[in-house]
Ligand binder design. Sequence first.
Ligand code: ADP
Length: 408
Amino acid sequence: MNILIINAGSSSLKYQLYNMQTEEVLAKGRVERIGMDSSILTHEVDGTPEVREVSEILDHTTAIKKVLDMLVSRKFGVLRNIEEIEAVGHRVVHGGESFSKSVLVDQGVKLEIRKLFDLAPLHNPAHMMGITAVEANLPEVPQAVVFDTAFHQTMPPNSYLYAIPTVLYRKHKIRRYGFHGTSHDYVSKRSAEYLGLPLDNLKLITCHIGNGASCTAILNGKSFDTSMGMTPLEGLMMGTRSGDLDPAIVPYTINKEDLTLNEVNSMLNKHSGLLAISGISSDMREVIEAMNDGNEKAKLAFEMYTYRIRKYIGAYIAAMDGVDAIVFTAGVGENSDVLRKEVCKGLTFFGVQLDEKRNAVRSSEARRITTDDSKVSVLVVPTNEELLIARDTYRLVLEKQAADSSLL
Ligand code: ADP
């Protein structure tokens, strides 16, 4: 079965086409600048050079049409015809409390996603445009939605509630939801597999450190606590996000700097984090480079960033009364041995013995970077959110087919 995975943003859309028998990516690409002049479709088939096509793509329906045309094109395509796509899986950022697992799309599901627009105003409307665009182009093909928040729905109330008047939770659902759930879910399963231990008897801390960053405490296979909150702003220091801060800073800054709420929101989400402290970049590679060249601000940014990760790991070890393995994933977590070393430096008390040689190895495979006799294992596990979305979609479609055929 071929499954198309879509990650739709407001003016962009990423796609991957999977063959689920082999779990091979047949083609992938992205459409950028949807609704603007000179939209760009970039398409890639393994082993051949990237194709770039510039045209006017006014909306998501046209964007999906262009992607489908490319997938069946004689020159760059990988399919004979469009009927070879048997299902579509979408990434959806916010599932609120309505979704604790992936589901097939129907009218009720679309209604629920719409109800959640308020909680994720930048993301959910864009995902809905992706779903509608697929419906318009492939009306007979089943679609599934996989939520970034769903994995964290197992958190107990003492993890997810904020200590504010409970009416705000009851009326407006203000609580911790957590994000990157697909990634934390994927790497926790992969880690258990790598360790050869049952996931339902493991204490894991997964650190998804990319442009956005979050840590999750995973107790016996279930999310127990996570650093992102009602929105992805809370928790670790990130590329351009502040992470945790005293909430009183918001009204204080509004007063002192004569800012609007939107301006403060934008400051905390887009102009803070690594970018603000280093004054150089939100890109960890550039910050590390500058630090190595003796830039003091870059050094401070790196120290603040790694210190936060270490503090969360410490907190989650206490929260779970122990830890079996700490797992690094995503752009920074997978690629920066310098960052991993700095984080692990403060974890020796808990029994983390980093093996510097193992830590320095670059590989796209899951691996252990602690010594054989380290009490706690530290792993690097490449994440693959698209594969998890594809697997969930595949499972849901097969279940539906089985249910339908048993009714016949
Ligand atoms: P996103 O959250 O956008 O999915 P990624 O997981 O792709 O982000 O991570 C992007 C980040 O990974 C960038 O900030 C980039 O600097 C960082 N990164 C990639 N390679 C390295 C490296 N070798 N050292 C440090 N950081 C790296």
